[in-house]
Design a protein around this ligand. Structure first.
Ligand code: BTN
Length: 322
């Protein structure tokens, strides 16, 4: 009832009487009064004026499903949306929902992660209300060897989203870190569950550093946040709703494949291209010059003997970045 009441107050914009609200929801005026009190206690500000009724004055800035739903304009992504108070990892939580058959475009976001996961077995820090941590489940109608475009598409969408929504001058560090200067602003962890010849689902988990001003010593040299970069605090509900809009457009417009236009856009935003890079092949450490991005999203690297090799996965260290 609380969420339905909130939706009515959001739609109404002006004062609406307790009686009208009670009539629309089929409950008593006493129940409306209790619902309003509960909403006020959880961070909303609903004014009550006798003879006029109730009006929503302010929404909480912490991540919550009602505010997000009211702001979402997406076609597919977030139609099925859960916002948790706290969870180990949104990727793990959503993988469980995926096994239980939840629909394509399902989103799980959280105010806090207690066991956030990064790439290559690293940890990802997600303190309460400091950042955005969310995962999106995709069910592409593609074979496992055709899904390599999804990771760069998500990186491209995130770079466009942060430029467009916050004005921050960010770039992509291949394959899909979003950086400002030489510091990381966004991390993305994509996990796939597949049969031999068909993808069951893909979960792409995204962490955006929003309000942090201090990072643990071991990552402080390579981490940044929107607050540090812009001096502004962003409303997390507006930010996430906007980001989901960019993801929806980029992924579904491209049929989850990397089109030539997307490759060109990605390359133009990729800070790795044109830089000296180092990566590992087995135990061998290889250095070269990143010269481009291929149509499957791999990084094209020219070695000192003039030969070219493609890097598909793993860590690439970029000179001057990290
Ligand atoms: C990386 O750069 O190493 C990837 C970081 C990915 C972090 C996000 S936060 C939401 C989702 N849940 C997780 O446990 N990880 C991803």
């Amino acid at each position: 009832m609380k969420e339905q009441l909130l939706n009515l107050l959001i739609q109404e914009k002006d004062y609406i009487s307790g009686q009208a609200l009670a009539g629309r929801l089929g409950v008593s005026r006493q129940a409306i009064w209790k619902g309003v009190r509960a909403l006020n206690e959880s961070g909303y500000r609903i004014e009550s004026v006798s003879g006029k009724g109730y009006r929503l004055e302010e929404m909480p800035t912490y991540l919550n499903a009602a505010s997000l739903r009211a702001l979402l304009t997406t076609g597919r992504i977030g139609k099925n949306l859960t916002v948790l108070d706290s969870v180990g990892s949104t990727n793990d939580y959503l993988k469980q929902l995926g096994t239980d058959n939840c629909e394509d475009g399902t989103v799980v976001a959280t105010r806090e992660q207690t066991g956030g996961k990064g790439r290559l077995g690293r940890k990802w820090l997600s303190k309460r209300d400091e950042n955005l941590a969310f995962s999106v489940l995709l069910r592409p109608q593609l074979a496992p060897h055709e899904v390599s475009g999804i990771t760069p598409l998500v990186g491209l969408a995130m770079c466009k989203a942060l430029r467009g929504l916050t004005g921050v001058d960010c770039m992509i560090k291949w394959p899909n870190d979003i950086i400002v200067g030489h510091k990381k602003l966004v991390g993305i962890l994509t996990e796939m569950t597949a049969e031999f010849d068909a993808v069951e689902y893909i979960v792409t988990g995204i962490g955006v550093n929003v309000d942090q001003t201090v990072f643990p010593e071991e990552i402080a040299y390579k981490a940044t946040s929107l607050l540090l970069e812009t001096g502004r605090r962003f409303d997390k509900n507006k930010l996430l709703a906007g980001i989901l809009g960019y993801l929806d457009e980029e992924l579904y417009q491209n049929g989850m494949r990397l089109s030539q236009t997307a490759v060109d856009e990605y390359s133009a935003m990729c800070a790795t291209v044109g830089k000296s890079v180092t990566f590992h092949r087995g135990t061998r450490r290889i250095s070269g010059m990143a010269v481009g991005v291929e149509s499957d999203g791999s990084l094209k690297v020219m070695l000192s003997d003039g030969s070219v090799c493609n890097v598909n996965a793993g860590e690439v260290t970029v000179q001057g970045i990290y």
